[in-house]
Design a protein around this ligand. Structure first.
Ligand code: THU
Length: 138
């Protein structure tokens, strides 16, 4: 599929505005492109009991999975301090990498880390989580 990177990144920026990040002040948006071209977005949602919080990437992926989606093409991620300033690349945390490795298991799946719609780096899951512990190891 021809991926419109800047459109996907733009969706990640838009959903980032919905983040609930009053404890960290760090807001993240993710946009997940499914094989049927539908896009699911997610933002981070924090709770006072911090471990109950959820990252943007898993919100987007769990939304899609719970709607029955199983085949994924790419995910764009943007994040930074909510007070603006220069955005740096926001790489997924280790737990998100584990969940992405589990469910976005097409070897061509792309993770797009963006600072702007025309400023991004593309990774594979294997690059972000080499030697992943997955179901075939059980
Ligand atoms: N966060 C994400 O949503 N995704 C990432 O890739 C990194 C971190 C969130 C979790 C927490 O709400 C805040 O950013 C600071 O860690």
């Amino acid at each position: 599929m021809n991926i419109d990177y800047s459109a996907l990144i733009q969706m990640a920026f838009e959903v980032r505005d919905n983040a609930l990040a009053k404890y960290s002040g760090f807001t993240v948006g993710a946009a997940l492109l499914c094989a049927d071209e539908e896009v699911f977005t997610g933002c981070n949602i924090e709770c006072a009991a911090l471990s109950a919080s959820l990252c943007a990437e898993r919100v987007a992926l769990f939304k899609a999975l719970s709607e029955g989606k199983r085949d994924f093409v790419a995910m764009a991620v943007v994040g930074g301090d909510s007070d603006g300033g220069v955005n740096d690349f926001c790489p997924p945390c280790g737990i998100c990498r584990q969940v992405i490795a589990e469910y976005c298991d097409d070897p061509d799946f792309e993770i797009i880390l963006a600072r702007d719609t025309d400023d991004y780096i593309v990774y594979t899951v294997g690059e972000l989580l080499p030697e992943a512990f997955t179901g075939d190891k059980l």
